[in-house]
Design a protein around this ligand. Structure first.
Ligand SMILES: Cc1cc2nc3c(=O)[nH]c(=O)nc-3n(C[C@H](O)[C@H](O)[C@H](O)COP(=O)(O)OP(=O)(O)OC[C@H]3O[C@@H](n4cnc5c(N)ncnc54)[C@H](O)[C@@H]3O)c2cc1C
Length: 742
């Protein structure tokens, strides 16, 4: 650094010229070198940095950054970098000289923020909050740059984007969207500031267009811009209309820069004169039919203006925080003093509250629910609090607090413009007050400014002579004149009011017819919706019925499933049972077959026995016949017996022959006896068949009658009876068993 200074001293010997501010080139070079070398300090004051090296952002202690989207954060960071690196190092000399920094315009073009929220036509279509972030980052470093951006973007470009014709948009928006062309927006007049709707600039209908006449005041960018949006009263309808004027080509347009401002000194505000300024039909903005349309634009730009004091306050805080840490007094940094800390924290908390309030307003605006009263409330409050913050910053920096290069003084001045434009603090407070009370206090109450003036309180007194005294007549005349003057003023005021009422009426009529159209359209829409609703309702009911039916079906199916499960258990038990029964059945069948076999065998045996029996009976009959024949022989020989055995047997004989299956008759008996002998080998033996009879007789003569029964000493009747019993018992024994007996 010392070597550089020595070299400069040498150079100084060669260069002696002074610049327009009276500084020689060496001094200027030395200043620039010092600024570059020491980073924002000067040899005159090297104890704290000025704004050329911008302080770091320290104001977001509550992490409000988290309320931004990625896009909004990206825009914020992009604009912050531009403002800190390109605007901060150069801006305060421009501010001091009240010049616009044209050299920064290419930087604005690169930023890509000129179209604001307008979509298409080369514009960026940013969110309101992203635009607000761009606005406050510019304001944090320089209020004038922020205002340049807002007038161009949120007044001129927005009006064309919102209310312009398709042709106007296509022609103008691409240039406006990237700052290739710059616009201004002219509403305020010398005679109408707060009462802007009473504007007097006129638009007269002529062949092929309109002729504008009047004056505008305070119009930002007006002295050098390309396009002006001019608000004028249509002489035919008295409604407020808007026109596009190509400033550099139109001889009817002239703008003179306003001098000696203490705020926003870089912004070139102009007094515009419109003198027979011709505007073609194609440059009338078709979307504007009354002052209500002006308000549409103002409502959006007011949100942006509500943010601007936040930006200034953020910058003032960041600067004050750094300054207090660098500057030392009484052997300690200013930051260590309690009073300094109290002021610093007051700045900080207010900055955060302002940011939050403006953020909420923007969110309401983005949601389309913001009211004029809410916008005014916020704009009034942020400008009021912003004033406090920059004033505190100005206090904290001591003497440097009134130097532009230490930022806070510049911000202190710039905030005054924010306080008064886009509706003064008072007007916005009154709009917010109207919202709070429901009573508008903006226009004066219609009290008779002339009441008590109009009518003389008494008639001139007559003199006793009957003549009116001269002085009284004089006074009466003066009063009458006064009354006439006041009446005339009142009449003028009333006719003005009448005119504005007519204008308002026309506007209301236009609005009402549009509203009627809208309403009939809505009614149709509504009808359509109702119909749709009806059919939807029917469909819904049907669906509900179907649902209920399906639910009942479902319940049934579920029940059936449960039953099925139970049935399947039952059926498996039944199957097991059936299997057991089948097993039993098989066993029974086997048993039946066995029994049948046995039965068959028994049958065979029975029939064998029957045959044996029959044979035996036949044999017995033969025996009896033989015995009868013997007895008859005996009788014939003289051995007479009253009742012979054959007689007793005669009745029985038929029974034996009848029962015999081998055929009856005496002849058959011989055969049967032989047959019985044969059968005896099957069913036992013939002998065994006769044995019981033989044995029943006890002992008898060998080879004698087999029917010997009873003792030898029993009577013949007894013997015959015994024989009969024996035969019956034998027959009984030989009878096959009945099936039931089994
Ligand atoms: C730097 C700057 C840039 C501007 N840029 C533009 C621009 O680009 N385009 C544009 O059209 N205009 C612009 N304006 C104009 C701005 O909008 C007006 O200055 C503002 O509307 C106030 O009007 P006025 O200055 O005529 O004040 P006035 O209306 O005369 O008001 C003077 C004072 O009276 C108060 N007052 C007025 N009426 C009432 C009331 N009913 N009740 C209580 N108090 C009241 C005001 O609040 C104020 O304190 C700009 C102004 C400034 C300072």
């Amino acid at each position: 650094m010392q070597r550089a200074k020595d070299r400069l001293a040498v150079l100084g010997g060669h260069l002696g010229t002074k610049d327009e501010h009276g500084e020689d080139e060496v001094t200027v070079l030395e200043r620039q070198l010092t600024l570059a070398g020491l980073g924002g300090t000067t040899p005159e004051f090297e104890f704290a940095q000025n704004m050329t090296v911008f302080p770091q952002a320290k104001h977001d202690v509550l992490g409000l950054d988290g309320l931004l989207t990625a896009e909004e954060r990206e825009v914020r960071d992009r604009v912050r970098a531009f403002a800190e690196k390109e605007i901060a190092p150069v801006i305060y000399p421009f501010w001091e000289r009240a010049e616009f920094p044209f050299e920064l315009v290419p930087g604005f073009q690169r930023l890509g923020i000129g179209g604001g929220t307008v979509k298409g036509y080369g514009c960026q279509g940013l969110s309101m909050l992203a635009c607000a972030m761009a606005g406050i980052e510019l304001a944090r470093v320089d209020g004038s740059c922020s205002t340049f951006y807002l007038v161009h973007t949120f007044l001129a470009t927005l009006t064309i984007g919102l209310l312009g014709s398709e042709e106007q948009k296509q022609e103008l928006l691409p240039g406006l969207g990237n700052f290739k062309t710059v616009g201004c927006w002219a509403l305020t007049e010398p005679s109408n500031g707060s009462d802007a709707s009473a504007l007097t600039t006129t638009a007269r209908r002529v062949q092929g267009g309109w002729v504008l006449n009047g004056r505008k005041r305070w119009i930002g960018n007006a002295p050098w811009c390309d396009v002006a949006v001019i608000w004028a009263r249509n002489q035919e309808s008295s409604a407020v209309n808007a026109f596009i004027v190509r400033c550099k080509e139109n001889p009817g347009y002239s703008a003179k820069k306003m001098e000696n401002k203490i705020a926003l000194r870089c912004v070139q505000n102009g007094d515009i004169t419109l003198k027979e300024c011709f505007v073609p039909d194609s440059d009338r903005i078709p979307g504007v039919t009354g002052f209500g349309d002006t308000n549409k634009v103002l409502a959006l730009s007011r949100v942006m203006v509500a943010w601007q004091p936040v930006g200034l306050a953020m910058g003032a805080y960041d600067m004050a925080a750094r300054y207090l840490s660098q500057r030392q007094q009484f052997g300690a940094p200013l930051a260590s003093f309690q009073l300094m800390q109290e002021k610093l924290q007051r700045m900080l908390s207010t900055v955060q509250a302002m940011w939050l309030m403006a953020w909420r307003l923007t969110k309401l605006c983005e949601a389309g629910t913001m009211t004029h009263e809410q916008a005014s409330l916020c704009k009034a409050w942020t400008t009021l609090r912003g004033r406090e913050v920059v004033a505190l910053g100005r206090e904290l920096l001591g003497g440097n607090g009134i130097l532009a290069e230490f930022l806070v003084a510049k911000h202190f001045c710039d905030l005054e413009a924010y306080f008064s434009y886009e509706g003064t603090y008072e007007i916005n407070a009154l709009v917010a007050g109207r919202g709070a009370t429901g009573i508008s206090a903006i226009k004066p109450p219609r009290r008779g400014a002339v009441q008590g003036w109009g009518t003389p309180s008494r008639a001139p007194r007559s003199s006793p002579s009957g003549f009116v005294a001269f002085d009284e007549v004089q006074a009466f005349l003066q009063m009458a004149e006064q009354a006439i003057r006041v009446r005339t003023q009142t009449t003028e005021a009333l006719s003005k009011e009448l005119e504005s009422a007519r204008t308002e009426q026309q506007r209301v009529e236009a609005t009402s017819s549009a509203a009627q159209e809208e309403s009939s359209f809505l009614a149709e829409e509504m009808q359509g919706l109702m119909n749709e609703r009806g059919s939807l309702k029917e469909a819904l009911e049907k669906a509900q019925r179907e649902r209920e039916y399906l639910a009942s079906e479902n319940a049934l199916l579920r029940q059936e499933l449960l039953d099925g499960a139970a049935l399947s258990e039952e059926s498996s038990a039944v199957l097991q049972l059936l299997a057991r029964q089948a097993e039993d059945l098989r066993a029974s069948q086997q048993r039946v077959m066995q029994l049948e076999n046995e039965n068959v065998q028994l049958h065979a045996r029975v029939s064998a026995l029957e045959r044996a029996n029959a044979a035996q009976s036949t044999a017995m009959l033969s025996c009896l016949e033989e015995s009868e024949r013997v007895r008859l022989q005996q009788l014939s020989l003289g051995w007479e017996s009253p009742v012979g055995p054959l007689g007793a047997m005669g009745t029985r004989r038929s029974e034996f022959t009848d029962d015999s299956s081998a055929g009856g008759g005496r002849d058959g008996g011989g055969y049967a006896l032989g047959d019985a002998a044969e059968l005896a080998s099957e069913a036992g033996s013939f002998h065994s068949c006769l044995t019981p009879l033989g044995s029943a007789t006890g002992s008898g003569p060998a080879g004698g009658s087999i029917f010997h029964s009873g003792s030898a000493d029993s009577s013949p009747e007894q013997q015959q009876q015994q024989q009969q019993q024996q035969v019956a018992a034998a027959a009984q024994r030989q009878r096959p068993p009945t099936p039931n007996a089994k």
